[in-house]
Design a protein around this ligand. Structure first.
Ligand SMILES: Nc1ncnc2c1ncn2[C@@H]1O[C@H](COP(=O)(O)OP(=O)(O)OP(=O)(O)O)[C@@H](O)[C@H]1O
Ligand SMILES: Cc1cn([C@H]2C[C@H](O)[C@@H](COP(=O)(O)O)O2)c(=O)[nH]c1=O
Length: 205
């Protein structure tokens, strides 16, 4: 069976990370080897860049370029070799996050985003992307409930997350074959059932 690259996306607190383990278990139950990873991160260098990106103040374009630098390393060192070896890769975020957060949230010039995307992965996109869509007010309450100290992104205000959410919705509308929207306001079990049905339908037919 062809290798697949599946990505999970959404505003902070939408609940995507909670669903990834179940999705990975579903795929593994079919006898497929899965590499679970995340962005920014996924490689030793990427994890160092993640620390900087989540905690150090920086210029918007520096932020966008560092996201793509971490991604270049991630593709070369982990994603591409895993797919070439016949494994599936499930990533907590990929390039749709840069569109949503840096273009949508922060106002990065879209042409700069397009140039970076074309440079770093000109002919490559996820096979399937699940975007967890949720009202930022609900997501903020969920994050507050974790009791964890918020990072530089999680400290952003509601209007930032409204713009991020709207950008995710635009990205979904632009690639309906690849991107599925998940109503993340429901109970975890209901969401898990839909995630499993989407993966089975899109990747195992
Ligand atoms: N469907 C749900 N209903 C209520 N609470 C949920 C739901 N899904 C996740 N949560 C809770 O919301 C919090 C955030 O969930 P999670 O870490 O999965 O979100 P996330 O989208 O991955 O956020 P981040 O991108 O910031 O890591 C956790 O405390 C989790 O238990
Ligand atoms: C890949 C990527 C991520 N971000 C932001 C989005 C989140 O706030 C953090 C990562 O934290 P998570 O808890 O692991 O989801 O990074 C971004 O702004 N741009 C990106 O390209």
């Amino acid at each position: 069976m062809k290798s697949r690259f599946i990505t999970f996306e959404g505003i902070d607190g939408a609940g995507k990370s909670s669903q990834i383990a179940a999705a990975v278990a579903l795929i593994e139950s079919r006898g497929i080897q899965v590499v679970q990873t995340r962005e920014p991160g996924g490689t030793p260098l990427g994890e160092k860049l993640r620390e900087i990106l989540l905690h150090e103040p920086m210029h918007l374009e520096t932020e966008a370029m560092l996201m793509f630098a971490a991604r270049r390393e991630h593709l070369a060192a982990l994603i591409e070799p895993a797919l070439a070896a016949g494994k599936w890769v499930v990533s907590d975020r990929f390039t749709d996050a840069t569109y949503a957060y840096q273009v949508g949230g922060r106002g990065l010039d879209e042409a700069r985003f397009v140039a970076l995307e074309r440079w770093v992965h000109p002919d490559f996109q996820p096979d399937l992307t699940l975007i967890f869509d949720l009202d930022p007010a609900v997501a903020a309450r969920r994050l507050a409930g974790t009791g964890q100290a918020p990072d530089r992104f999680e400290r952003e205000k509601a209007d930032f997350f409204q713009r991020v959410r709207a950008a995710y919705l635009r990205r979904a509308a632009a690639a309906p074959q690849r991107v599925r929207l998940i109503d993340a306001s429901r109970k975890p079990d209901e969401i898990r059932a839909e995630v499993e049905a989407i993966i089975l339908g899109a990747c195992f037919q």
